[in-house]
Design a protein around this ligand. Sequence first.
Ligand code: NAP
Length: 273
Amino acid sequence: MSGPVLAGVIGDPVAHSLSPRLHRHWLRRHGIDGHYVPLRTRAEDLPETLRLLPRLGFAGVNVTIPHKEAIFALADHVSDRARRAGTANTLVFRGGAVHADTTDGPAFVANLRDRAPGWRANRPAVVLGAGGAARGIVAALMEVGVPEAVVINRTAARAEALTDLLGAGCVAAPWSDIPRHLPRAGLLVNATSLGMAGKGPLEIDLSPLPPDAAVADIVYVPLETPLLHAARARGLVAVDGLGMLLHQAVPGFAAWFGITPEVDADLRAAVLG
Ligand code: NAP
């Protein structure tokens, strides 16, 4: 098919998504004849949407709330890591089939390496949360070799379901055990929605963390969460959630538009607008 390459993001609501801004920055930078559009899609319309988009010239789409899990069941091919995480955020339409992948976990690690270059996967990681984002992050941290991932979640059953899925090296612990796990940790991750604008704060005493530990928050509204502020105040390396959002977009852009784009300061500035 000739003409501009099309891609977009499906979700409901979708107007808040920063993805159009970041993909358009890359399209402009690389002079690509393409468009990236937000597509508000109701859950009941997902099967029809996935059938129609490739026929309309779309090379693929990102998937956002609340469809990240539902889309998984509708795809023809699902990557191993998406299957492990039970969620998908990137769809590629190829050869008449829908290929689903999740890029959140690898994006978290890529951003961590970028923003905390001294971090090594040689000590346990403590991950707060066991939702969709946490699942991908824990799987990716284990893939890069952390010796132990301690998953701590308000709803214990959800943390246990994740540790059952990921097996040895991944353990669940109750919220009250946080102080016990921090002294051994090389990394603390907030993968809950606490600290997000409009939600309650995440209140944790960071003093048991070793001085060279990194603290990462995947919440990016606000960019500087109270957790990151407290980490910086203690002299710890603090990693915000925007970088993960930028990195998760790279594989989709590369698959749809044929160029692997850079995550750099210009992109951050363009997205922060
Ligand atoms: P999710 O599947 O709905 O999971 C939400 C998580 O937050 C669960 O672990 C939940 O615990 C926990 N939680 C919510 N309210 C809580 C409270 N009052 N006290 C303690 N824990 C609470 O959502 P998600 O998709 O994983 O997203 C989580 C956050 O990450 C959101 O803020 C989202 O915007 C952000 N995110 C950022 C990126 C990025 O690129 N930076 C990517 C994806 C998501 P329960 O299981 O007990 O309910």
